[in-house]
Design a protein around this ligand. Sequence first.
Ligand SMILES: C[S@@+](CC[C@H](N)C(=O)[O-])C[C@H]1O[C@@H](n2cnc3c(N)ncnc32)[C@H](O)[C@@H]1O
Length: 261
Amino acid sequence: MSEDAWAALADPFVDGAYATVKGRVRTFVLHHQLLDHLPEPPASVLDVGGGAAHQSLPLARRGHQVTVLDSSAAMLAKAEQRVSAEPAAVRDRVRLVEASGEEAAAATGGERFAAVLCHGVLMYLPRPEPMLSALCGCLAPGGIVSVMALNAATLAIRPALEKRWVEALAAFEATHERGVLGTDTRADTVEHLAELLHDGNAPLEAWYGVWLFSDWMDLPLATTDVAAVADVELQASRRDPYRQLSRVFHMVGRRPASDPT
Ligand SMILES: C[S@@+](CC[C@H](N)C(=O)[O-])C[C@H]1O[C@@H](n2cnc3c(N)ncnc32)[C@H](O)[C@@H]1O
């Protein structure tokens, strides 16, 4: 997907998708899952395809040093806007870099990070291998890589719940779907991405679901107890069989602390 496409999607994504119960749940659930793996602040975090910094800004607030790397100037402008509303101490901990994630190592001067995030990006790429390899290449020894991807194992659920039965039947074997932003998206499996993390010397440490219940309900922001929904979703995301049914999954790999390369 080109930068121009993201210029057109920046408003729908930031002001639309995130301004929903689902958007809030996603941030909460991913954040709490991450806290189980991250070191205490300050640690260096690289957010690849970080967009408007929804996931990394809360980490900067906690005291981490955050680099948001994205190929879209429009998305980084959104990040800039959100970061500029923060207190100076938080602003000073965030750096924005315009570059492609596949070239993250060169774009960040070869720095090695304690955590490399890549959430909601792989589904827009034709294949996951170059990005996964680039993410793993930016890890410090003992560092974690955190990836959120579209779940190929659950593609039939959405068309079925929308009563699109022909598409639901085809979706059992599908690898793509029309995503919530109206663009074509590609799905991955936990198993395949785990192999790629292994190849990148950052073997899988844990994997989670992200949403379940709030994905399929129309929950109005104004009248929903978002904190209560998020607590339920966090529990569901951590255990079988619920996590297996999530439309997206979150996986965390870790480079061995003993690996100096
Ligand atoms: C759906 S948004 C997700 C943003 C953010 N990670 C989040 O979770 O809120 C996808 C982002 O990936 C960025 N992106 C897509 N392909 C990329 C690539 N090859 N390198 C860097 N960023 C990319 C887009 O510009 C966009 O900001």
